[in-house]
Design a protein around this ligand. Structure first.
Ligand code: NI
Ligand code: MN
Length: 229
């Protein structure tokens, strides 16, 4: 499994020869100006919720790649009206077996409206049990929530999780340490920090907060890749 960071909350994860893409927001991110959205491979795209900093480049990438978009029902309808062809609607609590693995939609404590003001349904996180390389959780934007405790009760053990740590709009890194207890996973990849003034963080302090609890916080350079497993 290869994990590539495209900035903010956008990750490309390759499972075998299948490219997953999460929450594409690149062209509006000054920190990701060296990434060209036309170079990003995508077979399956995941949208956690409707906010622009998660969906901005979804339409363009979906139309170019003809990928399947996985999102909630309201975003399915919205993208469908824009002419995106392949969309798999899901909702919180639901699971589906895709060729690359099983996806379960889990609770995120946040809000969700689309960039034009359309109702965006509820935000979701995704637990992905890949056919090779392990199981991981992409939380999307969320507060720390007790619902996270359900993940170890209902999903295979997590190998890693991608959690927001920037505060203001989501949980901060202190709450993310507690989240990592709730989900019983000690390897966390941080996201949703530094992009805007409201969410700039001290990287060393964030890493130390995890270290003090015997956990790893990985902060990936934008454009950087991690090999997993
Ligand atoms: Ni959001
Ligand atoms: Mn966001």
């Amino acid at each position: 499994m290869t994990i590539k960071y495209y900035g903010h909350a956008c990750f490309g994860i390759t499972i075998g020869d299948t490219n997953l893409l999460f929450d594409p927001f690149i062209s509006g991110n000054e920190l990701a100006k060296d990434i060209n959205i036309n170079d990003i491979p995508c077979n399956f795209m995941f949208i956690s919720h409707g906010h622009a900093d998660h969906i901005l480049d979804a339409e363009a990438i979906a139309k170019r790649t003809n990928c399947t978009v996985v999102c909630n029902y309201e975003i399915y309808e919205w993208l469908g009206k824009k002419g995106v062809q392949n969309i798999h609607p899901m909702n919180t609590g639901g699971s589906w077996n895709f060729p690359f693995g099983k996806v379960k939609c889990v609770v995120a404590q946040h809000s969700s409206s689309l960039p034009d003001g359309t109702y965006g349904g509820n935000p979701m996180g995704f637990v992905i049990e890949a056919t090779e390389g392990g199981c991981f959780y992409f939380s999307g934007d969320t507060a720390l929530t007790l619902d996270m405790q359900l993940i170890p009760m209902t999903c295979p053990a997590l190998d890693f999780a991608i959690l927001p740590i920037g505060s203001n709009f989501t949980m901060d890194y202190h709450d993310a340490v507690i989240a990592s207890d709730f989900i019983q996973c000690n390897t966390i990849i941080g996201c949703h920090y530094d992009t805007f003034g409201y969410i700039k963080i001290d990287h060393d302090a964030a890493i130390k907060a995890f270290e003090e609890e015997g956990k790893d916080l990985i902060l990936t350079k934008i454009g950087g890749e991690l090999e997993w497993g």
